[in-house]
Write a protein that binds this ligand. Structure first.
Ligand code: AMP
Ligand code: MN
Ligand code: MN
Ligand code: MN
Length: 275
């Protein structure tokens, strides 16, 4: 069995359609895949059709944007009911700020001499309401402002840089509640990306678990090898089940390939234990 419980399609900021993601997962030997587009379930229907055809077990998911203590964290919901009204309404509200934010990002890029960023970014977005930093990044690389995704984020799209616009996403208690109401499991995505020290990480994990969160990505595409044992320890200490996800977005952008992940340390309880 090969699990990959975090990836993206054109329903958010991935470059492949849901069908293409499923076909690629199958060819990489993934047997259980969660499609976890940002703040959206619009890829799920197409993905389930493709998954049946390819013999891949599909887990319905979403990766929801949260603002916690002034910083952005991502919560993955797994096995959520895509038709649940409270979840759908919550996600619609999270998505609703993206177009306004994109206009402000474009204005701030124009102020440093980069024109046409808004329409340039929209050209890469499958759905206008899902416009995000990755679409701006692709435009900036295409127009020669940076040579790859890592450098374009460093130069333009992170706090303190010209294209970054501060944004308030959903609150953590709401997001965990939506996921649980929709019958799903809430998982803290890629904890190694938040640059939190031991104390703040402990605070986040404690709050998340007390709100009803049940999992943590111990193995994530962006986790360096040394981070896996660190988050394995946290998963044991906080009684959070361990998840694994590539966070695949696109071929050839430098991110992790679907299913190409190290195995979970034996001391972790896998999130799929009772699936
Ligand atoms: P947004 O939700 O619009 O703020 O965009 C967040 C997305 O940007 C993440 O899900 C990643 O796909 C992408 N991203 C953020 N930081 C980086 C980075 N350093 N390198 C590549 N992609 C990144
Ligand atoms: Mn993304
Ligand atoms: Mn994320
Ligand atoms: Mn992701």
């Amino acid at each position: 069995m090969s699990f990959d419980l975090h990836c993206h399609s054109t329903a958010s900021d991935g470059a492949l359609s849901p069908t293409e993601v499923i076909m690629r997962a199958a060819s990489q030997g993934v047997t259980t895949l969660a499609l976890t587009d940002h703040d959206s379930l619009s890829g799920v229907a197409e993905a389930s059709t493709a998954a049946r055809a390819e013999g891949v077990r599909l887990v319905t998911g979403a990766e929801i944007s949260v603002t916690w203590e002034g910083r952005t964290v991502h919560i993955v919901g797994l096995h959520i009911d895509p038709h649940h009204p409270e979840l759908q309404a919550g996600l619609a509200r999270v998505r609703s700020g993206r177009q306004m934010r994109a206009e402000r990002m474009s204005e701030s890029l124009a102020a440093v001499g980069i024109s046409g960023a808004l329409e340039g970014a929209y050209a890469f977005a499958g759905q206008r309401e899902m416009i995000g930093r990755t679409h701006f990044a692709r435009f900036l690389v295409q127009s020669g402002r940076a040579s790859n995704m890592a450098s374009v984020f460093r130069k333009f799209l992170v706090p303190g840089k010209p294209g970054f616009v501060k944004h308030a996403w959903a609150d953590l208690p709401d997001v965990v509640r939506w996921i649980n109401a929709a019958g799903g499991q809430a998982v803290l995505a890629h904890p190694g990306r938040y640059d939190l020290g031991q104390m703040r990480m402990a605070q986040l994990l404690g709050e998340f678990r007390d709100l009803g969160g049940v999992g943590i990505e111990v193995v994530a595409g962006s986790h360096a090898a040394g981070m896996v044992p660190r988050f394995a320890d946290f998963s044991v200490e906080y009684g959070l089940k361990a998840s694994v996800g590539s966070d695949f977005h696109a071929p050839g952008e430098g991110g992790r390939e679907l299913g190409r992940l190290p195995t979970l340390p034996a001391r972790c309880t896998p999130i799929w234990q009772d699936w």
